[in-house]
Write a protein of this length. Structure first.
Length: 330
């Protein structure tokens, strides 16, 4: 799937059984794999895919929220939203840098985003028609991101795990400011509370889809779990998210748009948990395959930004080249 012209990658190691068994022993011993360590090509490519798509998600994720920066209802809300959108851009940079340690270039990753080879999170293909969506995105989308990203702080690949530690600290602020925004709507006028409920109705199911297909459909999970890239399966993290979020909605006086949601005291080794309705997997795959409401707009925005920024990249490259020549001539 990825262009094989990996720059900076170690020459291919001989992936015989002895090498693969020794590598797995390192993983099982909870050792961190670092960029210069010999690693199976499939391990490298899995990480390039996951980290690259994670980085794309962060950058594309700036678009739905950026749409509200000029229309935030107060300076306080504008400052919080500005800070959050800037954070997401920073997360994208950390993650592109982590992916580059595996020998893939930012240009390659961007090409693969723009030509549709590489994915980004489905959640960012939904529109943000009301101000309540900015709160709901912080509360649910960043809440789901935290659920999915905290375990990645223990990912077997060192640069990814380390990038996640800083990202997760900032995601916690994102989630809190979102929840507080929704709370202010729920304690406001009846129109404001209705706007919050409408937003929850539109974002609840797409937030559950963020965790990926069900475990029976997930094609990468088993191997990613063996390599300790993933520490939990898609369904396990989805369940954790539902169990943590339903009480928050109840506290706000909002209702979850799922008539099959019910507490099951037998679930989770009798710790209890929520049973919930079937996800619309047809919608999920439609969006993943590029047919969501905003897919075309998001890619068009990313392409315009990439094209508009070409002169900056050329100028920086020319300057670096001049510096190199000056240093060589000295
Ligand atoms: N959106 C788009 N594609 C998705 C998806 C989603 N929500 N869930 C799964 N997919 C894709 C996978 O990429 C894979 O396609 P590919 O082979 O072409 O890459 C296919 O569906 C099968 O899914 P799998 O479950 O087998 O794939 P993974 O094992 O990679 O699991 C994942 C998917 C859970 C998203 C995993 O990749 C992951 O944890 N990634 C790292 C975290 C991440 O990317 N989170 C996305 C949100 S980032 C974010 O929220 C930013 C925050 O600031 C708001």
């Amino acid at each position: 799937m990825y262009s094989q012209g990996l720059i900076g990658a170690k020459e291919d190691v001989v992936e015989d059984d002895a090498f693969l068994e020794a590598f797995q022993r390192r993983i099982d011993a909870e050792e961190k794999i670092e960029p210069n360590d010999p690693m199976p090509k499939a391990y490298r490519n899995t990480l390039i895919r996951m980290i690259g798509q994670h980085a794309h998600s962060e950058i594309v994720g700036m678009l739905p929220e950026g749409n509200w920066i000029t229309r935030a209802p107060s300076l306080r809300r504008k400052v919080a939203l500005l800070a959050k959108v800037q954070d997401e851009g920073g997360h994208g940079l950390y993650l592109y840098s982590a992916a580059e340690t595996l020998g893939v270039s930012r240009e390659q990753m961007t090409e693969e985003l723009l030509d549709g080879t590489a994915k980004y999170s489905s959640i960012f293909n939904y529109p943000t028609p009301t101000w309540a969506d900015i709160g709901t995105i912080g509360w649910l989308v960043d809440g789901a991101a935290i659920m999915n990203q905290v375990p990645l702080c223990r990912c077997s690949y060192g640069p990814y795990a380390r990038a996640m530690i800083r990202v997760c600290k900032e995601e916690s602020f994102h989630q809190r400011q979102g929840y507080e925004l929704v709370q202010s709507l729920c304690t406001g006028t009846s129109e404001q509370k209705a706007m919050a409920q409408d937003s929850l109705n539109r974002w609840w199911w797409p937030s559950l889809m963020m965790f990926g297909p069900s475990d029976t459909e997930s094609q990468h999970s088993d191997q990613s779990m063996k390599w300790k890239i993933k520490r939990f399966t898609n369904d396990e993290l989805r369940q954790k998210f539902v169990d943590a979020t339903v009480p928050q909605a109840e506290h706000l006086g909002l209702s979850i748009p799922d008539e099959n949601l019910v507490w099951n005291s037998e679930k989770n080794n009798t710790q209890g948990g929520y049973d919930f309705g079937e996800i619309n997997w047809k919608e999920f795959w439609q969006v993943v395959k590029g047919h969501g409401m905003m897919n075309r707009d998001r890619i068009a925005a990313r392409k315009k930004a990439w094209d508009d920024g070409a002169w900056v990249r050329e100028a920086a490259a020319a300057f670096a080249d001049k510096q190199r020549k000056t240093a060589d001539a000295a």
